[in-house]
Design a protein around this ligand. Sequence first.
Ligand code: ADP
Length: 941
Amino acid sequence: MTSGDHLFARLLKRSDTPSTERPEPATVQPAGLHLHLNHHGQLLHMTGSLRHLLAQQLAADQPLPLHDFVLPHSTLVLEGLPDDWQGQMLDLDFPGLGEQSLHLRGWVQPSSEGWLLQLIDVGDLLLERHQARSREECQAMAAQISEHLRACSLARLPVIVDEQLQTIAQRWHMPCIALALLDDEAQGWQIHRQFAAHDAPALWHNQQALGSLLDSLNGTAPQHLSGNQPGIHHPGINQPIANQPLFDQQPRLQALFGHADGFAVPYSDDRGVAAWLLCGFYSALEKAPELGDRDWLLLLSALAGPLLSRLREQQHHLQLERMELLQALLGTGWWEVFGADEIHLAPSLASVLQLDDTRLSLDAWLRQIHPADREELRSRMHALQQHDEPLSVCVRLHRGDAQLNPPHLDKQQQPIWYRLQGQAIGSGDSRRLVGFMLDISDMKNQQQHTAAAHARLDNLIASSPAVIYVQRYVEGALIPTFFSASLGPLLGWNLEDCAAAALIERVHPEDRDRYFERTRHLLREGSVRARYRLRDCRGDYHWLLDEAKLLRDDLGLPVEAVGLWLDVTEATLAAEQVRQSEERYRILVEDSPAMICRYRPDLTLSFGNRPLATYMEVEPAQLPGVNLGSWMSDEQRAAFLQRLSLLTPELPVSTAEISLQLPGREHAWWVWSDRGVFDEHGRLLEIQAVGRDNTEVRRSQQQLTQSAKMATLGEMATGLAHEINQPLNVMRMAIVNVLKRLDNGDVQVDYLSDKLKRIDAQVQRAARVVDHMRVFGRRSEIEQQPFNPLDAIEGTLSLLAEGLRGKGVELRVGENTFTARVRGHVDQLEQVLINLLVNARDALLSKREADRGFKPWISLTAERDAQLVRLWVEDNAGGIDARLLERIFEPFFTTKPIGVGTGLGLSVSYGIVENMGGRLSVANSLEGARFCIELPVVAEG
Ligand code: ADP
């Protein structure tokens, strides 16, 4: 049915005489309008059904000019009088009821009253023509729009769309128009472009997001949207509004159209509704009644169709571009296998692999793969080809021919890894084998580096004395869940052995409290450092240093503890030993009765213990900084330093009796042991010394020596008398002789002076003996002095020589010409020699008592080498019983009768020689005893 048919149907329904037949205009009364006119063209009366539709009715018998009835533009047709109109087709428009006009066509013919103008309704005919024209126009416009959209460049597309929207809007008087497209990315509708007349309010803007708002519209036909209240009829001569106003259900949709009339045209393609043309403040029914749904749909499809395809084309193009870029960036690309042995590669891939062609044989392609991976790939490819098994494999590229590889692939000669994935898609004839290749060198190399680093770390941990562990937090308790592999070598356990309860069992009973405290501290503070003993599988305990940290989740709740056990057994035991030995040392040093100190080579004390401080009458704290040398005379100090200078790392210890001069106090004697501490270059750093006060011993020794000396003197009294008697005798003889000569008067001067000289010599000799006796009887000097040992021999002989000769003992004294100096007291060495000579004389005399013919002798000799001076005293008295040899140096040991021997001679002598740093020894020679005094030579200068 055409719209014209509709119209007729409607008209017939409204006419008074309903009929389905269309009346013949010339013969049948009167379906149209019959106007009866007089000769002047004035309307007399009218008949026909259409007369009811006219706006203006004729008052009874009041002829009116026909002009008054027609619309102004129709008056032109009615120029002149009816007579002139004969034979013409007259198209006249009459104002109708409401705002409609009636389009009528007719002709005049003479009638009885004058003229009869018969008219029929040609509104539909006109409308149809009008519509046809509109449609043509519409089609032309559509063609033009589509042409524009197809032809323009992508860049100008938005402008062109705007222009087309403007054209449509202006042609059909739309205040606002917009094209809404389904936006794939935003998953909703969006105003693509819009146009608003300059005097229209802006309903929309470009790129306005509409969400799912338009989904509620029925997308098969244009939608008329009425802004009027429901229930109010919207008058119109066209179709009644087919749909209920949608705005009732969709207040937001109503808002979109500004709460006014709206019109929306859908465009559908294979994806469903893809576009809407939105017209605001617009009622298509009123403003463009000539356009039907089809016209609107056509118009929009001309706009949306090409636009969408251009946009999709653009999107596709962009996607392709992005893909290409991505493939190039990632070194990736697709591949597809054709037939049995041909492979087609993405151009990007072919260029990365430096292949000339994108199509190549499967074998040629496999040759690009490293031999180590080639056969695996071949087999998997086969599995894909034959059994559709999806392919996923990582392979290295073959770089045997370095020239084939781009230079950047050769950097550091690292392998180039590719991940290859592929699968079969489709089936039957359309089955294809496609996949991609992705450069994963970075990842793979990273992975290998990581794996290597991991392995190294694992190794390190496994071989280190450290165990890394993890304890999981379960309801306040920490349960071991992991131990590093080093647990085995260190303690000989595995994870099961160290479950929570078992672990406590292995903690040393004395350390369990520490362990519990460690766990509490860890949970409280988040980290802990503790030390406790743990039993290993052999039952030995290890000291472990435990350092742990608590890891928490986002909510701050404990998750697990990660920690480290370090075996510090050796260090701990060593530290304990050091502590103990330090303690012992401290006790030793502090509580020792000995004087202990440490001092630097310049003799400055760095430490001195209480006995030393007590001796020096100060507090121990006052000792550091005091110079040891300040307690000595210059000579003592020089001797002390001389002794220290002999210390070496090989022989670091030296012991000596030192004498000190303490200000305001009597002389002190210390037996002093020094131990030098050296650095790695052999330099003396400090000296540790232990000493004991020997003053008392020294003093009694001196007294002993003195009394022994006095005893010697007493014992020698006879000898001495002889020594003095001898010169007296010589002098007496000389005087007697001189007196005799005087009596005879036979005195010559020469004779006299000769005798007087002899007397003088004898006087001198006696004086010497007496002098020496006085010196010998004196107490020894306190300090030792350097002296020539030959002086002591001479002194001894001056006292004893004459006496020995008087007793018939031959004295053999060697020629001693050397010079040397030893340290000590010359009188004491003399006393030693006297003791030895007197002992020898006693032994000789007692032997001669038994044997009258015995010829006794004593030899006294001296010799020296670089270090020592040796004095020998030998006799021929038969020696000392071998069983007594060891005992003769003991004090009070004597074989002589009571009252004769004291048993002190040799023991005192021994002490004297020892004090001089020397040694007194005895051996039996062939004929008798042989004593030897060894004395160290004092360095000259
Ligand atoms: P005294 O002379 O008062 O006995 P000494 O200590 O001087 O004490 O001597 C100890 C002993 O050593 C002597 O009694 C003697 O037996 C022995 N003796 C010392 N010198 C000699 C010697 N030259 N020959 C043999 N015996 C000796």
